[in-house]
Design a protein around this ligand. Structure first.
Ligand SMILES: [Mg+2]
Length: 271
């Protein structure tokens, strides 16, 4: 395959409608949307073209661009190349972190104690399932099973979910080959609508590939601002059931989409 993937005509028309509003929020997940999923989460790199398109969009009037990820803020800024002080807003840890705010999270004593207990139990889990990766996040831990044989990965994911179920104040978020166990949780949906409110955005674009992004798609559909809900442009990347209005095949198709959005937004804001 060569050249840009063709975008669906209905999607191109929706991009033009979206781009015509005065104030818009363009938000996207990172892994599985801008960067292919990889075995070691720290090996993740964005595909060519996606980040430059987003940075150019952020330069246009009335356009705010946000990366909304389950990752902690620091690796999100580093791996995306967006940095902390760049033109993009970074929302990390499923909404618990925001690059514009004070860095770090204030966990209370109970949450800190729960995080220590979680570390002890995950150390034991790692002895049972060698090859399991545990990623540290400010408000939780993520168990990664990508790269493990299928049956081994399933057993490890089940054990991590059981661990989460035993501690009722842990927020358990399953994903593709991952389970996140968080002591504080906001959620991508809540974070997206809050950001749209704060910006006074008339329309929100959101693209994602995973279960946590479905919460984003649902929250935008249920937005208390009914007009904005009707104007939402939601895109799911890859196969599988989704609440999103549109779908693209992969990260390359997402680059083509973002470039088309940039073109449409340049046209609309030049008028
Ligand atoms: Mg993702």
């Amino acid at each position: 395959m060569s050249g840009s993937p063709e975008l669906d005509a209905a999607l191109v028309a929706a991009l033009a409608d979206f781009a015509a509003h005065d104030r818009v929020l363009v938000a996207t997940d990172f892994d599985g949307v801008l960067a292919p999923l990889v075995v070691d989460p720290m090996d993740s790199r964005p595909v060519e073209g996606g980040m430059p398109a987003l940075t150019s969009l952020a330069d246009l009037p009335g356009t705010t661009v946000a990366l909304v990820s389950g990752r902690a803020l620091a690796p999100l800024g580093e791996l995306s190349g967006a940095g902390h002080d760049g033109p993009l807003v970074l929302i990390g840890s499923h909404g618990a972190e925001d690059s514009r705010g004070e860095s770090g999270l204030a966990l209370d004593d109970d949450q800190q104690a729960l995080l220590r207990t979680l570390d002890e139990e995950l150390a034991a889990l790692r002895e049972e399932h060698p090859g399991l990766r545990v990623e540290d996040k400010p408000a939780g831990r993520v168990v990664h099973t990508r790269g493990l044989p299928d049956d081994e990965a399933q057993a490890a994911l089940d054990a991590a979910r059981e661990l989460g179920a035993r501690h009722t104040s842990l927020e358990v978020t399953p994903g593709k080959g991952v389970v996140e166990l968080a002591v504080a949780h906001v959620g991508k949906g809540v974070a997206l609508v809050a950001l749209a409110d704060e910006l006074g955005a008339q329309a929100v674009f959101y693209a994602g590939d995973d279960l946590t992004d479905e919460h984003g798609f649902e929250a935008l559909a249920d937005d208390a601002d009914a007009g904005r809900a009707a104007r939402r442009l939601t895109v799911h990347v890859g196969d599988g059931d989704t609440q999103a209005r549109f779908r693209v095949a992969d990260e390359q198709a997402m680059v083509a989409l973002l470039e088309a959005l940039l073109f449409a937004r340049r046209e609309a804001t030049a008028r």
